[in-house]
Design a protein around this ligand. Structure first.
Ligand code: PPS
Length: 297
């Protein structure tokens, strides 16, 4: 297997890529904040939604924000998703309003914040201040499938990726996609979350029972919402509704929306049988002691 996902030296590199503490990153991640995490100015009542990219972050953030607003959609319908929930490590001159450090400073508390940083790059002060953590994870076959499509949809972040899926899967399996190795990322956070007051959600569970996710988030954040409000929030954040919302969905390239399919099992349309088998071998080896399992269908 070792050779199955072997990358040649000419592999695709995103614009401004750099490696920080063994994690492959891109120009849109502010290196200065990784070197000086105190720049983040964390507050003890901050709530973080943390995930590897393409795991259901946007969905979880929208649910959480509506819960924090007791189901009132006024704020949700007043600004776009990325401006409402600061993406803490983001910085790219093309999107000045999205500068994470600045954006967090102007938000009222309790703040709802997004990050894709692996735990060893995450501002560690937040781990000791009583902040809330909602971690969402998705089966990695669907994650890489979604990420492959996102690379092609967002040239402003990922450049001019022209490789096929097999090529992309090799990048993913070698940790050469932005935010690095999925296994390291997931295991790192999973170990932390197990022993701490954090909420752990799986995308596949959310798909099967979206109402349950709303209930869990509300309970975790101590919002006592009525059944009608829980139903309203769940429905408001359905894939169809979020896809139709101009405050959430967008297309940088026509025909390649940010909210793409919102399905489980799409990986089967991308993986060959050989790739699937080789992937399972790596997965079983790397995740064997984790106690973490996924639905793959
Ligand atoms: S990002 O850019 O890393 O923050 O992306 P992230 O939000 O983590 O993941 C994007 C995928 O989640 C899907 N999505 C949803 N699925 C089901 N229901 C809802 N409401 C929903 N909202 C977003 C989105 O379509 C991406 O998955 P794919 O498979 O590409 O469609």
């Amino acid at each position: 297997m070792a050779d199955f996902f072997k990358l040649n030296e000419e592999y695709y590199r995103v614009p401004g890529n750099f490696t920080f503490k063994d994690v492959y990153l891109a120009e849109f991640i502010r290196k200065e904040t990784l070197e000086r995490p105190e720049l983040f100015q964390i507050k003890s009542d901050d709530c973080f939604v943390v995930s590897y990219p393409k795991s259901g972050t946007t969905w979880t953030l929208e649910l959480t924000q509506l819960i924090m607003n007791n189901g009132d959609t006024t704020y949700t319908e007043s600004e776009n998703h990325f401006d409402r929930m600061p993406f803490i490590e983001f910085k790219l001159p093309k999107f000045p309003k999205m500068d994470g450090v600045k954006a967090m400073q102007i938000k009222e508390s309790p703040r709802l914040l997004k990050s894709h940083l692996p735990i060893h790059l995450f501002p560690s002060q937040a781990l000791h201040m009583g902040c809330k953590f909602i971690f969402v994870v998705r089966n990695p076959k669907d994650t890489v499938t979604s990420y492959y499509n996102f690379y092609q949809a967002m040239p402003s972040l990922y450049g001019d990726y022209k490789g096929d899926f097999s090529n992309y899967l090799k990048l993913f399996m070698n940790g050469k996609v932005v935010y690095g190795d999925w296994f390291d990322f997931t295991l790192g956070w999973w170990k932390y979350l197990n022993g701490n007051n954090a909420l752990f959600l799986k995308y596949e569970d959310m798909k099967k029972n979206p109402r349950d996710a709303t209930v869990k988030i509300a309970k975790y954040l101590n919002y006592d919402l009525g059944d009608d409000v829980i139903d309203k929030i769940t429905e408001y954040c359905s894939f169809a509704k979020m896809k139709a919302s101009k405050f959430i969905n967008f297309e940088e390239i026509k025909g390649r929306p940010f909210l793409r399919k919102g399905a489980t099992g799409d990986w089967k349309n991308y993986f060959t049988v050989a790739e699937d088998e080789a992937f399972d071998e790596v997965y079983n080896e790397r995740m064997k002691d984790s106690g973490l399992s996924f639905d793959w269908e």
